[in-house]
Design a protein around this ligand. Structure first.
Ligand SMILES: C[S@@+](CC[C@H](N)C(=O)[O-])C[C@H]1O[C@@H](n2cnc3c(N)ncnc32)[C@H](O)[C@@H]1O
Length: 251
């Protein structure tokens, strides 16, 4: 009977779902930048296409990319801008967004990209991970990518990108002497997030931006644990937790 009713409703374009008071239905076109297909969203969609990860599109990702793009624009509008960093690029969609904006603002800087290209490193107790071994393997398989695809296809037009393959923090020594204006952290786990912050925060210039995609993620709690541990006793100008996920800080 249930099946028949579902089929009848589906025929008229409706779907029956069990009501859950904790879940809400979000209509993304309520959000003007999505409805108007604003430049920032066109850039986000182009980045997914270029890196061949259209399937990973979702509301959370749309919102975090919207924040990321605004933070990058804020940084690139300054007169004096230093190098940018991304830790965790996967197939390069956020690297593409950052690179496209660096080009648009005509800044002569480098984007340094760090990734294992082999997925996640070992989990720590601070990750408080809720996924089982099977899901962990699945995630690692998805995140095991081809460095040359990112370098020679996704980022081929941006010769200012420098890619460092390896486990964080092994390649950080290559950028030891540099100053940075923007650090994008998307490595999800406790240890590499903490190591990234420890290395780059002292090298971030005053009013430079550091942001972390997995802050407040209930799946990857390690990112928040690392961030909170490091910044407990540090000075900075402004810290903001994004409403749906992620955070940023202005030094
Ligand atoms: C969430 S994905 C990055 C997504 C990417 N920023 C995007 O916009 O599509 C996380 C990435 O972090 C990398 N990663 C995780 N742990 C790492 C570690 N310890 N060292 C280096 N890379 C790591 C994975 O290989 C994966 O590519």
């Amino acid at each position: 009977m249930k099946k028949i009713l579902k089929k009848i409703f589906a025929y008229f374009g409706y779907e029956i779902n069990k009501s859950n008071l904790n879940s809400i239905h979000i209509n993304p076109i309520e959000f003007l930048p999505i409805k108007d297909n604003h430049d920032n969203f066109q850039l986000y969609k182009r980045a997914l296409e270029k890196s061949k990860v259209e399937w990973s599109d979702n509301f959370f990702k749309q919102m975090s990319s919207f924040s990321l793009i605004q933070l990058i624009r804020y940084t690139l509008k300054k007169n004096e801008v230093y190098d940018f960093v991304e830790c965790g690029c996967w197939q390069g969609s956020s690297s593409y967004i950052i690179s496209q904006l660096i080009s648009e603002y005509k800044k002569e800087i480098n984007l340094h990209i760090f990734d294992s290209f082999e997925g996640m490193s070992k989990l720590k107790k601070e990750d408080e991970i809720l996924i089982d071994k099977k899901d962990e393997i699945k995630i690692n398989n998805t995140w095991s990518t081809d460095e040359s695809f990112v370098k020679n296809e996704v980022l081929k037009d941006f010769n200012f990108c420098k890619i460092y393959k390896g486990w964080i923090p092994s390649a950080f020594k290559e950028v030891e002497s540099k100053k940075f204006s923007f650090v994008h952290i998307d490595v999800v786990l406790y240890k590499p997030t903490l190591e990234t912050i420890e290395f780059f925060f002292p090298k971030l210039v005053k009013v430079g931006v550091m942001c972390c995609e997995s802050y407040n993620s209930s799946t990857f709690r390690g990112a928040k644990n690392a961030w909170d541990k490091y910044f407990k006793d540090k000075k900075y100008t402004f810290f903001f937790q994004n409403p749906v996920r992620g955070c940023f800080l202005i030094k």
